[in-house]
Design a protein around this ligand. Structure first.
Ligand code: ZN
Ligand code: ZN
Ligand code: ZN
Length: 767
């Protein structure tokens, strides 16, 4: 046994998010604290530290590293080996060796830390009310990095030389701002300015105060944030909110609200402990919460819904703006519908001049756009609905490294891409629906940027099976070995990658639509997934989509389609009665002749059909709206529907357990919907009964499939599982049966998670 007082020396390598997060000063303090000598430096792969001293002190030093990490750091590995003791004095921070930089992790952007907030509020501090205050624990990261290694000249802070005071902080290992690359103060850092709606400069000695005043007067202010522009207005002012809606051409999609603090969030919505933790986390996502009845916000913040998307301020600029105006602010992405969020200085005014009355801008460029992330809590678990600022580029870890770097190109809606290298799956920021050139450009630039930042030169690609998606076309143009991954297989693999365990599982993939291996549109399947192999065990009876794309925007078409399938004799007459203003006969002819009526098992389409027949909605203004409203009405009718289905008369299914594939027949449900509608039941009650029936049927079929396959693991994924009533109840039922239920948390169950599953497929292929 070694004598605890004898001197030993250890050389350690730290990997993870270990640069630009205050790691060296932290190790410096620990070493000095333990009376150790040695040194620390950054290199192209992370941090290297050598310490020497009594064995017991060295052990304590090593134990304290993971236990007391700086808040923004993420430690993936701490490799320790013996070294020969030498004769040195004290502990030093050394310059980085000149070498080609290599891959190291980059931190996501982080909300302002308590220390910086205290300075912001202290009239005696030199950063009093300075909107760009930050330190190694907080502030911008990914959005300002132009290139690596992460150093000020390679960020958008390059144009702001440090003043002597900031330089002193930056050079002092004992300072919270030691090597804080975005360090700034009122003397040397970025500044705010105002432009009028035409982009002409407005003289102002306090742009924040003037912007706050405009907000109080009901104006729409474009605010430059961390990852892009926001459009802000007074959330309690109905005229302002209505004006923003009409100018932004966002007729019904909910707006997110930024509120001062957690107490204020609690005044507007019910907030569970998990939700509170998310709201206050350094990632500061938008959290979808149940609104309090009568919450003082304009009625059309979330039209037809009883939820509010709230977020807390995450930059000093936000804190100061909310303080100055004293309002809850609508904070919606600065774009027109369909376009990506505006973030480059030269595009801000041209793109937003018809929407904003005033521009509150600053002169620190944004290099990478990043929308606010969106999260919801179901059964105590966070579920990512949109993964972007604050979470990207944190990777998902694999059990073993990739043999070579790969790139997965994702799907079409809610587009993301995913780089794979080492044992990391690096899922990109949210790019929007990949349906136009602006989003395609953002997609291509994002890929280029990530490849550079993470030193990943992909040697193999993955894309969706659908050849027409712009992402699939892009993948083919790269001219590298390419694997097309079936859409729902990718959904399931994403869930497995996150769980860290690729052993076989059942997977309910309930979705909008994705191309199946048989050329039809899937989205209502239960798959047996064993790594790269999968097969369909059960599926919804296919529903023809009369009008193709058009049927996605006009649920009444699906209502007619389902009705005719359920009752071919009287269907048309009944449909004409339900939709008197619609060309029902034309749709019947299309269906009969099979004109432009592709078959789809997509569960989202069944929700649409039921919503239309229940009288919820004949046309929609955004993707999934009919189903979202049906769920909201069901919850309004039966507020405990998330906790129990007891007492809800569930609609019966007509399932045929085939030899190979069980077919879940919904014709009986359609007849029940019509019966209840004729009996005068509300759309909400019909919605509740439909949800209850679906949960019970899925649970029943799962039990059967468990018996048949012997598998006790079941994945619940696909965009339809964003429906809380469905997810919470099915999850609980399967849990109660002792099944191992896998519900993705870190990556979205919607198509924002597809690229992750595709990259996992390449990992499986090469392992
Ligand atoms: Zn800070
Ligand atoms: Zn300064
Ligand atoms: Zn999908």
């Amino acid at each position: 046994m070694t004598d605890p007082t004898s001197h030993i020396r250890r050389r350690c390598r730290l990997k993870g998010v270990v640069q630009g997060v205050g790691m060296r000063p932290f190790l410096y303090r620990l070493a000095v604290d333990q009376g150790l000598s040695g040194f620390v430096y950054n290199d192209g792969r992370g941090v290297v530290v050598e310490v020497q001293g009594p064995a017991a002190a060295v052990d304590r030093f090593l134990a304290r590293i993971p236990a007391e990490l700086p808040p923004a750091a993420r430690l993936d590995a701490l490799e320790v080996r013996e070294a020969a003791p030498g004769g040195e004095e004290g502990f030093r921070i050394l310059a980085s060796p000149e070498e080609g930089a290599r891959f190291t992790r980059i931190s996501p952007d982080r909300a302002t830390c308590p220390d910086c907030l205290a300075e912001l509020a202290d009239p005696a501090d030199r950063r009093y009310r300075y909107p760009f205050t930050n330190c190694t624990h907080c502030g911008p990261r990914l959005t300002i990095i132009r290139d690596v290694p992460y150093d000020r000249p390679r960020t958008t802070m390059a144009g702001f030389p440090l003043c002597p005071e900031c330089r002193r902080e930056y050079d002092d290992p004992r300072d919270r701002r030691f090597h804080a690359q975005p360090n700034a103060c009122p003397v040397c850092g970025p500044k705010l300015y105002l432009l009028d709606s035409n982009g002409a400069p407005l003289a102002s000695d306090d742009p924040l105060r003037d912007a706050a005043e405009a907000l109080r007067r009901g104006r729409i202010v474009a605010v430059k944030g961390l990852g892009g522009m926001h459009l802000a207005c007074d959330a309690a002012n109905p005229e302002a909110v209505a004006r923003l809606r009409s100018r932004k051409v966002r007729e019904e999609k909910p707006f997110a609200l930024m509120v001062r603090d957690l107490d204020r969030a609690r005044a507007l919505a019910r907030v569970s402990p998990e939700e509170a933790a998310l709201l206050e986390s350094p990632a500061r996502p938008i959290v979808i919460l149940d609104a309090r009845p009568g919450a003082p916000v304009a009625p059309d913040i979330s039209p037809g819904l009883d939820t509010l998307g709230l977020l807390l301020p995450y930059t000093p600029l936000h804190h100061l703006l909310l303080d100055a105006c004293g309002l809850d602010l609508v904070m919606t992405s600065g774009n027109r519908s369909e376009e990506p969020i505006a973030f480059r200085d030269e595009e801000i005014v041209p793109r937003l001049r018809d929407i904003a009355d005033l521009f509150l801008l600053h002169d620190r460029p944004i290099h990478l756009r990043a929308d606010d992330s969106v999260v919801r809590v179901v059964r105590g678990q966070a579920m990512m609905l949109r993964r972007s600022r604050g979470y990207v580029p944190d990777p998902i870890r694999l059990p073993r490294p990739f043999t070579h770097p790969v790139l997965a190109c994702g799907a079409e809606l809610k587009s993301t891409f995913c780089l794979g290298r080492d044992d990391y799956l690096i899922l990109s920021h949210h790019l929007g629906d990949l349906e136009n050139l602006a989003v395609l450009e953002a997609f291509e630039q994002g890929i280029e940027h990530f490849q550079r930042l993470f030193y990943a030169d992909p040697r193999e690609l993955a894309c969706d099976l659908h050849p027409d998606y712009l992402s699939s076309q892009y993948a083919r143009h790269r001219g590298l070995p390419l694997t097309a991954v079936q859409h729902h297989h990718a959904h399931a693999l994403a869930a497995l990658a996150e769980s860290g365990d690729f052993s076989p599982a059942l997977a309910w993939t309930l979705d909008g639509v994705g191309l199946g291996t048989d050329g039809t549109l899937w989205g209502g399947e239960c798959l047996y997934v064993d790594g790269l192999d999968f097969r369909v065990l059960a599926r919804l009876r296919p529903l023809p989509l009369p009008g193709g794309e058009k049927a996605l925007r006009e649920p009444w078409r699906l209502g007619v389609s389902a009705l005719l399938a359920a009752n071919s004799v009287e269907g048309e007459r009944v449909a004409s009665g339900l939709f008197p203003d619609r060309p029902v006969a034309l749709v019947r002819q299309m269906l009969e002749k099979g004109i432009n009526s592709p078959l789809s098992t997509g569960a989202g389409r069944l929700f649409d059909a039921v919503a239309a027949l229940a009288g919820v909605r004949e046309e929609i203004a955004y993707e999934g709206q009919a189903a979202i409203l049906l769920e909201a009405l069901a919850l309004r009718e039966r507020p405990d529907l998330l906790e129990t289905l007891e007492g809800v008369p569930a609609y019966e299914w007509a399932t045929e357990s085939g030899e190979e594939v069980a077919l879940l027949g919904w014709e009986t449900i359609i007849r029940s919907v019509l019966r209840d509608r004729r009996a005068g039941l509300s759309p909400g009650e019909i919605g509740a009964r439909f949800h209850a029936g679906l949960v019970q049927e899925l649970a029943r079929v799962t039990r059967r499939l468990r018996g048949r396959t012997g598998l006790n693991r079941v994945i619940l994924t696909g965009g339809v599982f964003q429906n809380r009533v469905l997810l919470a109840n099915l999850w609980r039922e399967l849990d109660a049966e002792g099944m191992d239920v896998i519900v993705p948390s870190a990556a979205p169950v919607n198509d924002g998670g597809i690229a992750l599953g595709q990259a996992a497929a390449l990992w499986l292929k090469n392992r």
